[in-house]
Design a protein around this ligand. Sequence first.
Ligand code: C2E
Ligand code: MG
Ligand code: MG
Length: 605
Amino acid sequence: MTSCKAEGEQVSCDSGDAVAGNDVRGSMSRALYECQRRFTVLADHLFNWEVWFGPDGAIEFVSDACERVCGYTADNFYRNPDFFSAIMHESDLPIWRKLQGMMTGGARTGEAEFRLRTPDGRERWIQYIIRRVECADGAFYGHRAICRDITERKLMAMQLRHQAWHDPLTDLPNRTLCMDRIGRALERSRRKDEHCFALVFADLDRFKVINDSLGPAIGDQILRDTAIRMVREVRSMDTVSRIGGDEFAILLEDIESEAEAQGIIRRIMDAVEEPITIGSKIVRVTGSFGVVVGHGSCDTAEEILRNANIAMHHAREEGWGNMVIFNETMLERAMHLMHIEMDLYRAMDMEEFYLVYQPIVRIGSKDITGFEALVRWNHPDRGTVSPAEFIPVSEGTGQIMNIGKWVLLEACRTMAFWREQYVEFADLIVSVNLSARQLSQPGMVDQVADVLRETGLPAGCLRLEVTETMLMGNPEFANMALSRLKELGVKLCIDDFGTGYSSLSYLQAFPIDTLKVDQSFVGRMSREPGNFKIVQAVVALAHSLGLEVVAEGVEEEEQHIMLSELRCESGQGYLFSRPIRGDEVPNLVFQSQGRTVSCSMEGVA
Ligand code: C2E
Ligand code: MG
Ligand code: MG
């Protein structure tokens, strides 16, 4: 009798004793028969697909479960000793060869995963575990292999991995996979000098507006369509990823020149701009494209993506549907703006802002009728920073809300103080600039009312300046806000008139009192007849609408004379006075009214 053991387990049945007599032989063969019957029952009903290999590697037994798992009957394996190789996925053949080698080498255990092809052409993932089988005396009896179907588990794992690396809406690679691919491209370009790549940062223009107005379902459809179009235009080696809401990154590999990259991007841009039909709607979207060619001075994938993003913002500034190639100056500018942004957070707490006041005078008499309050930033390292530099940044970040609120309060408080102190200020008006974000803020009117109440400044002494572009962004809302401000008694003025876009029909509907002709026209009116005509037309238009006109940027006496001939009511400019500090204002007003008194601003909160 033989004793067999599989690794970790030992099954033994005694044998070898000399047994005499037929009875004994009879009972032996019954026992053997019983033993074989049990083995057959056990083997035939094994749930797992088991394969037993002899010491020479030949297949000795294949359980019936084989058909359930791989679709082929056991016979195929008995008939063709290398049937495993015949149905193995080509890429997994080396794994199988290695396992075979391990078995021939008498390995104790082994494990691997591979794919087998079923008769109907599908793939099944198999987990294959081998154990060396030995007799009690240590004799090698071959290997026992268990072949487990792990297809479901494998598919689930692959799906999870796919989800971790892909965007669910478009099925494009997501930001994580995108960064990985950029990182690899960066490494390749470092290893091989001739390997050049380009990274494109694409952002759909006005996507928020489309999403808000047409609904998120249509927004999603546009993103899916855009993704398909982008993928269609790139080569198989390139990667299109969705890295944010309406942001895509396109990695173009093996680029020969900047021109080649531009050619591909133009194709993508054209494809994106093709009208998209969704139900009964036809939508046309454009994108802004920022491009980085090669890695330049970048060390990481993040830096490359950042630079492409910076270039995209430059493209957006040039209008919708533009492409801009990154250069280092753009990075310097972005860094500069970022520093301004960071410093602005501190500026309010550190009380680094202050106001200057520029007189507005009657053109005929040069009498001061009021002042425009203009904000300045006393930067600890850079000195005085112009609002033209930091106001746009603060609008982008929303910091303008706090700055604007402070300017309004400070200007009204100071004017109220002057009025209280000096009778000469009784009829003067202070003008305060509003930013687009301030005007669109729902609580704006209440804020103005609160400030007037708090400072005690009569509403008629405050003039708020807005630009036409701010009004035309959402004319209905702007009209409502202006009407409510007007009800408070505040005066309203359109600033920089002529530089933005406005509609004459709206102009007569808005409850405004004053038009400020932009200094670009006034400044050139004495030299260029065209500009003179523009100022003339604006003055005529304003008068026909019952509005007063203030000419900005009056620097020369000649301009002053011309404005006087045009019957322009007021002027503001270096000819009359530059913006001055608050403590200089009262003296200027006294001089204007024929009185000279020295005074100081002490006591102004
Ligand atoms: P703005 O409201 O049109 O203000 C007039 C600008 O023209 C001021 O520049 C003023 O100093 C300048 N200016 C006045 N007269 C002349 C002149 O004769 N020649 C020339 N070349 N320039 C003249 P500033 O103070 O640098 O302000 C620039 C812009 O920044 C302002 O234009 C306004 O849009 C904005 N700003 C200033 N203060 C504030 C503020 O408190 N809030 C908001 N939202 N914006 C402000
Ligand atoms: Mg202004
Ligand atoms: Mg202006």
